[in-house]
Design a protein around this ligand. Sequence first.
Ligand code: PSU
Ligand code: MN
Length: 307
Amino acid sequence: MPDVPELSPAVRAALAAGRPVVALESTIISHGLPRPANLTAARSFEQLLTEAGVTPATIAVIDGMPLAGLDDAGLERIALDDSVVKVSSRDLGLAMAGKRTAGTTVAATAVLAAKAGIRVFATGGLGGVHRGFAESADESADLTALSRTPITVVSAGVKSILDIPATLERLETLGVAVAGYRTNRFPGFYLTDSGQDLDWRLDTPEEIAAVMAARDLLGDESALLIGNPLPPDKQLDPELHDRVLAEALAAAETAGIRGKAVTPFLLDHVQRATDGASVLVNLEVARGNITLAGQIAAAWASRGPRP
Ligand code: PSU
Ligand code: MN
């Protein structure tokens, strides 16, 4: 019987040798970024890590098999294949048995990465509680998955299309630890600052690795979320952001978009309404998070094997 997820030779070797590995999600590739920029982006995400001496483990489901570490053909399938679906953690068994090819959300990626023994994971922005939750009850399974998955996630907060204060409340209830990287404010994905304060701030990858070690001593089964903001000069113009987001939310309402289509719909609307500016910002967000995740994985690996 194969291991699930199946590890690429590079990921297997790095994990066995205690070298740094970073998991990358694939829904950002399949459903978050427009084609064909998404394929270029997927390759560049991996390259950022490789150049830093860190092994990338892009996670996805290909023909029913969950994989950690894709070859270039696998990246191409996720980026360009018309049959690719978006799967959360609950969908994994269904996608496996149905022999589907799927981009994995933060929830599904975190579950598979933790199962493979990967400790650090980078995404652009987490899912969370949607605006209008009172009517839609739409809350991303990213939050509940992170409440029961021991992994460190680097994210520019949660996507700014969401109800950010409500998402922070849910993260607290669910027992997901949150710290800002070199900031006391929760980042706002396209925006540097969501306006929400954080209790904890960590300033170096080594400090983050020390928190990971402390949480291991506790046997903590939940995730540590590191909020890594964009530099202010790289963020989307806040005025443009607010205007376009209001339009996107209204368009989703009018079109009756529901369920897992909501996030891709809103991101796509913002991309078109900003003439692609939001795509460039999203890429900056992801790159910044991947770079920091690589540094954390290196700091973790340099602590040596644990007893
Ligand atoms: N970050 C990005 N772009 C994305 C996502 C994250 O920069 O497209 C994806 C992640 O896979 C995340 C998902 O898990 O959006 C959230 O979807 P939902 O709200 O349906 O749970
Ligand atoms: Mn949802």
